[in-house]
Design a protein around this ligand. Structure first.
Ligand code: B12
Ligand code: SF4
Length: 539
């Protein structure tokens, strides 16, 4: 069978490596191969799929679709800047330029989806005997829309795919799996039964190396490692619990570190990313997280690692272990400096605890950078809460050092199957039956959540900051992660990234916002006192 990782910005295709490994352990006779289309130039991808299928004659072709999102709602992506210029710039010329750039991006977005769909169609037409399956993060997010565009009979799987693929190989029913299937106009779906435990999941790297010849392209890159699945939190905008489930399932620390150690010794990998929806899912996760970090230390693995981490759950002991075991740069989703806004989004943490976590990291000698993500203009945002966000940045900067903290404007992106989407449908902000993959100037404006009345001066503050910093464009072009950047200075991606960080445009945007808000406040209070002074003598 063939696994085909559909093209996206180059990122280690961890999902298909786990699937292939899982099948190999249970069905060692099944021949498998992994093809990563991202590593081919655009024009050669069709031929690469055709060649692989002709040569390997697979009975089962598993497509893995990781990313679709092109219009990401953060300032690391130039599309946000174009969108803001298009909607809010006062200079008409800027609006025209932005509309051309926006059209180009829309074209890229649709071509990307069309191209990705063309590979399953190629298999369906030229190799009709092969069963097609498809899964992955992007497929899970947009399964209802994508299944309509895929060849009939394609088995779509939402979330994890190990058991489902095994069942297809064994000819078993998929009734207890999260499948989606189109038969003519009818869509059939299955519900996942009890999700698999992860106690036996570990990678056989020599086997993987043999079925994934392109792995060489990932020597020196950040390698993904999954230590658990599931997230118990309820953050209104987040899709991860929908993808992975709310119940947290842990891999034994020894197996997690065995993965790291194999990649370290056999491939020379030095940078790792815990791909968990959340590395510290709660107090229950402390023993597992602690043991993983202790084992990294005990095995003398000199690595740099990162992942999504709830700073509010970092204890002084964990902070020390994190720093000693090589934690690198971190992305902290503070979201807002207002507890009211955070509570409304069901974020489930207290700002004070987040500051404590930063304090513990600083005390432990943390020397990395922290990207502080802000989703300004979330529901319940007010001028006052925006000022609280500016203050929260100052607090974190005072704890970790201004030179380490990089605020980033990361607007809420509305995703299907989230609580936020549900609320906005109920409020009529979104209309029922809207297609989240259909991007138009109007829908982009809605999906990059930044509603009136606060939108215009937030956009003004951002545009002011981005204009000042030529280097702020595309600081983290695609990755969403500092640790993805190659180490060697001089490479394109690295220069881009460093410029972005040095630009520190998020800080500028926050400070500009503060300036705008303060001046609005003083105009208001001058007006109020003016009114009072007019009223007072007469009364
Ligand atoms: C970790 C992570 C990152 C890390 C990756 C670090 C690394 N070195 O790997 C970082 C922070 C860099 C990142 C960046 C981005 N990410 Co990201 N990321 C994730 C996250 C949390 C986990 C992905 C993962 O590796 N999981 C672990 C592996 C084992 O699982 P998996 O690959 O999904 O595979 C399993 C299943 O999907 C399934 N499966 C996969 N393929 C197939 C095929 C078949 C046939 C079957 C049956 C099953 C199947 O089985 C696998 C094993 O169980 C997911 C959200 C989530 N909770 O899933 C988002 C997610 C994948 N990312 C997403 C996006 C959009 C991005 C960005 C494009 C964001 C941006 N604009 O900046 C970037 C760019 C990524 C790139 N290509 O460079 C989206 C994709 C959906 C979409 N809207 O398109 C997700 C789903 C988050 C979301 N928005 O909801 N990401
Ligand atoms: S934002 Fe993080 S903590 Fe919240 S639900 Fe998503 S993965 Fe879990």
């Amino acid at each position: 069978m063939d696994y085909i990782f559909l093209p996206c910005k180059k990122v280690y295709p961890i999902g298909v490596t786990y699937l292939a490994d899982f099948i190999h352990r249970r069905k060692p006779d099944v021949q498998q191969r992994i093809l990563d289309l991202s590593l081919f130039p655009n024009a050669q991808r069709i031929q690469a799929v055709r060649d692989a299928a002709t040569e390997f004659k697979p009975d089962l072709v598993c497509f893995s679709w990781r990313d679709i999102q092109i219009f990401s709602p953060h300032e690391g992506d130039s599309s946000l800047e174009h969108a803001f210029n298009f909607y809010f710039a006062s200079n008409p010329l800027k609006r025209v330029i932005a509309s051309f750039a926006g059209m180009q991006q829309l074209y890229r977005y649709y071509s990307h989806i069309r191209a990705a769909l063309s590979y399953p169609w190629l298999i369906a037409k030229e190799f009709p005997k092969a069963q097609i399956m498809i899964g992955g993060g992007a497929f899970t997010a947009f399964a209802d829309q994508l299944i309509q565009k895929l060849p009939e009979g394609t088995i779509g799987i939402l979330g994890e795919g190990e058991d489902a693929i095994l069942k297809v190989i064994e000819g078993q029913s998929l009734e207890n799996e999260r499948y989606i299937l189109r038969e003519g106009k009818t869509i059939r779906k299955g519900q996942q039964g009890t999700p698999a435990l992860l106690d036996a999941l570990t990678v056989d790297l020599p086997y993987l190396t043999s079925i994934f010849p392109q792995h060489r392209e990932y020597l020196g890159e950040s390698i993904g490692v999954q230590s658990k699945r599931g997230c118990p939190y309820d953050c209104a905008f987040c899709l991860y619990p929908y993808i992975e489930g709310k119940r947290v399932r842990y891999r034994p620390p020894s197996m997690v570190v065995k993965d790291i150690s194999q990649h370290y010794h056999q491939w020379g990998a030095r940078r790792f990313w815990f791909t968990d929806a959340q590395f510290i899912t709660g107090k229950e996760a402390y023993p597992q997280c602690t043991e993983i970090l202790e084992r990294i230390l005990a095995e003398k693995l000199e690595i740099e690692w990162s992942g999504y981490i709830r700073t509010s759950l970092i204890t002084p002991e964990l902070a020390k272990l994190m720093v000693r075991s090589g934690v690198g740069d971190l992305e902290v989703a503070i979201t807002s400096g207002s507890q009211v806004v955070l509570n409304n989004l069901h974020m489930g943490f207290k700002l004070e605890r987040l500051y404590d976590g930063c304090r513990y990291l600083a005390e432990a000698g943390f020397k990395g950078k922290v990207i502080l993500n802000y989703s300004l203009n979330s529901p319940k945002e007010t001028e006052e809460s925006l000022l609280q966000s500016v203050e929260s940045y100052k607090v974190v900067a005072s704890i970790l050092g201004e030179e380490r903290v990089f605020p980033l404007m990361f607007f809420l992106g509305i995703q299907p199957n989230t609580d936020l989407e549900q609320r906005l449908l109920e409020e009529g902000y979104l209309s029922a039956g809207y297609n989240p993959l259909m991007l138009t100037p109007t829908s982009i404006r809605k999906l990059l959540y930044n509603p009136a009345p606060l939108n215009s001066f937030i956009a003004k503050a951002c545009l002011r900051a981005w204009e000042r910093r030529e280097g702020s464009r595309d600081p983290r072009k695609w990755t969403g992660s500092l640790s993805q950047a190659p180490k060697e200075s001089g490479s394109y991606a690295d220069k881009n990234l460093i410029r972005g960080i040095e630009g520190n445009s998020g800080r500028d945007a926050l400070l500009s916002l503060e300036e705008i808000l303060r001046s609005r406040q003083s105009i208001r209070s001058a007006r109020d006192s003016g009114e009072r002074s007019v009223v007072t003598p007469a009364s």
